[in-house]
Design a protein around this ligand. Structure first.
Ligand SMILES: Nc1ncnc2c1ncn2[C@@H]1O[C@H](COP(=O)(O)OP(=O)(O)OP(=O)(O)O)[C@@H](O)[C@H]1O
Length: 229
């Protein structure tokens, strides 16, 4: 279990107050973040692995300050972006996953074995030597997830990972995330995906305005947006 503590976090970006005093302690296995466009969800997600640093306040992951120990934090907390193309860096599928292990200290043979096992687990083994850019959107998102998982994070932050996917691929990626042994923080606009989560944070105008189980938080968000079910 990973513990993330945000203490009175404010984030200013180019004169804008993007987050306004967020304090949280996250220890649950499945946490979802929902909220309107521009409310600050991505910024909150990026704080969790030090991709964004607080302007004031602090973020600690298992006691590590993201401001001072960013590299150690990122080893614990993997990040999955909305657009998998932003995360696919190497020409072939297997090379791309192997790239995530370049600083692992493993031998070439160990890296190859681990890559093959992970691709197999995610149904991508048959594509190992294919150009990564020829995969379907859903396969690319799974490849991005494999690239995040292969280096062994304890927690995966996924920022709208199903936004670009069709219904079937959305269900597939969501099921993969739900089945992970790692802890998950999921940012999403798809309210169906958060049903099984332990905790839902509703972000509005830079603040966490609701922090509750899905059965309470989702209706509260609908009311906030003026679209009750
Ligand atoms: N680097 C930046 N420079 C300037 N403004 C920024 C920056 N990052 C975020 N913002 C602004 O902060 C606000 C919150 O952005 P953020 O991406 O966190 O929202 P979001 O809730 O994830 O939105 P969406 O649902 O549309 O993805 C937006 O108004 C955005 O324009």
């Amino acid at each position: 279990m990973t513990e993330i503590v945000l203490d009175d976090v404010h984030v200013h970006r180019e004169g804008r107050h993007v987050l306004r005093g967020v304090s949280l302690r996250i220890t649950e296995r499945r946490v979802a973040v929902i909220g309107a466009n521009g409310s600050g969800k991505s910024t909150l997600a990026r704080l969790l692995n030090g991709l964004v640093l607080p302007t004031t306040g602090s973020v600690h992951v298992d006691g590590l300050d993201t401001r001072r120990r960013g590299r150690d934090v990122r080893r614990r907390v993997g990040f999955m972006f909305t657009d998998p193309d932003a995360q696919i860096l190497m020409p072939t599928v297997a090379e791309d996953v192997a790239y995530s292990l370049r600083r692992s200290g493993l031998s070439r043979a160990e890296i190859d074995a681990r890559v093959a096992a992970e691709l197999d687990r995610y149904g991508l083994a048959g594509h190992a030597d294919h150009p990564a850019h020829l995969l379907s959107g859903g396969q690319k998102q799974l490849l991005a997830l494999v690239g995040v998982l292969v280096s062994g994070p304890r927690l995966v932050v996924a920022d709208e990972p199903t936004t670009l996917l069709d219904l079937r691929r959305t269900r597939d990626v969501a099921a993969r995330l739900a089945a992970l042994e790692q802890d998950v923080v999921l940012v999403t606009h798809d309210l169906d995906l958060v049903a099984g989560y332990d905790r839902v944070l509703v972000v509005d105008d830079g603040r966490v305005v609701v922090d509750d189980v899905p059965a309470v938080a989702v209706p509260a968000y609908r009311t906030l947006m003026g679209v009750p079910a």
